[in-house]
Design a protein around this ligand. Structure first.
Ligand code: 13P
Ligand code: SF4
Length: 371
């Protein structure tokens, strides 16, 4: 989705790294506890250096929900994360995204019209009362609202298992009592979690929103437990089983850690699969001298390599795979937003319209209650 981020004034684009660091530090000091800077693990070091809290998308949404004293929350991450923070924070709190073009190509692979269309097509062949919509955190607030108003929940890479188990669990055990789940927008997280829960290939089908009835026949739709939206992350889909094989050949005894947005053929070869936070914990837990190959965004992999000089931490893809939208947040944009706050100027505030926010809050709170 195109958002309009105008060019920054020359004061910021021409500044040296030292000047920018000085301005960011001064603005943060002037704002004190009024501002909270949140940094997702994929952010550049020049941005992460200023984060008051670092986290995966689940941890940051919890921090946003739990921090009531900060008036301004500057979210160094991508648009859907800032939207979720706005929904989870109180009315007196304002959320800012330093570059409005920091979106997520995966989140853009499902929009409300497409999901509503899919829902209505599914309604013709299956019982919508037993179909639970689950959206990955990486989705617009509008989709979270759809899910909230149709009995479903949000999930992240760190709690997808618990959320899917809830969706398909019997109502008497506190589950949603679903027989089927429509999972969007990431087919890989859905599939990997489905396998993790014991479902097989015949229980899962891919719903292609570009084709009538998702490209499926009625029998397949009715028989499937998990209907997986045909979306993916362009960063994580780069990793292949060959990357793992090459790493294992070069580093016998090496440890392979992968993010669940990777394809299942990669995930099944890994030693551990988990969110960015889980990957960080697994590197910390690896013995000194270990070699660790990671399938996730390069800024996190590089930071882990720097933070663990006693271990060899490498990216499984030798051709480096940055998330181009996370990369949009840089020191100039952070300085520009923070200096705006000091001057009383609102720059890049993210707001979710009230009705959408109310529906999305239901889906986010269900997730927080489940996990
Ligand atoms: P995490 O929830 O693991 O931080 O992942 C977010 C994301 O966008 C991964 O690509
Ligand atoms: Fe989106 Fe992939 Fe970037 Fe995560 S890494 S923000 S899923 S494009």
């Amino acid at each position: 989705m195109l958002r309009l981020q105008g060019p920054l004034p020359e004061r910021y684009t021409k500044a040296s790294a030292g000047e920018l660091a000085g301005w960011i530090g001064a603005a943060k000091a002037a704002l004190g506890r009024r501002v909270l800077v949140l940094g997702h693990h994929y952010q550049r070091d020049e941005v992460m250096a200023w984060a008051d809290a670092r986290g995966d998308s689940f941890g940051l949404s919890r921090t946003a929900a739990d921090t009531r004293d900060a008036e301004f929350i500057v979210f160094c991450g991508v648009h859907f994360m800032a939207e979720s923070a706005d929904i989870l924070t109180a009315d007196h709190q304002q959320v800012f995204l330093p570059d409005l073009n920091a979106g997520c190509s995966m989140a853009d692979m499902a929009d409300l019209d497409e999901v509503e269309e899919a829902w209505s097509q599914l309604g013709a062949v299956t019982d919508l009362g037993r179909l639970i919509p689950i959206t990955y955190m990486n989705s617009s607030a509008a989709l979270k609202a759809f899910v909230g108003t149709h009995g479903g929940a949000v999930c992240t890479s760190s709690n997808a298992r618990a959320v899917l188990a809830w969706a398909l669990g019997p109502a008497e055990d506190g589950g949603a009592g679903g027989h089927q789940v429509l999972f969007f927008p990431d087919q890989h997280l859905g599939r990997n979690t489905g396998y993790d829960l014991g479902y097989g290939p015949d229980d899962m089908v891919v719903w292609n929103p570009r084709l009538a009835m998702g490209g499926l026949d009625e029998g397949r739709v009715k028989a499937a437990t998990l209907l997986l939206w045909k979306g993916h992350c362009s960063v994580h889909q780069r990793f292949t089983p060959e990357h793992v094989a090459t790493f294992r050949a070069e580093h016998p005894g090496g440890i392979v850690l992968v993010h669940p947005e990777c394809a299942h053929e990669v995930v099944e070869l890994a030693d551990e699969v988990g969110s960015t936070d889980a990957i960080i914990r697994a590197v910390a837990a690896a013995p000194s001298g270990a070699t660790v190959g990671i399938a996730t965004e390069i800024h996190l992999v590089k930071r882990l390599a720097d933070e663990h000089p006693d271990k060899q931490v490498v990216c499984l893809d030798p051709l480096v795979c940055p998330c181009s939208t996370m990369f949009r947040i840089d020191a100039p944009h952070l300085a520009w937003v923070l200096e705006g706050l000091v001057a009383g100027e609102v720059r890049n505030r993210i707001t979710v319209e009230q009705e959408t926010a109310a529906g999305a809050l239901v889906a986010l709170e269900r997730m927080l209650a489940i996990t």
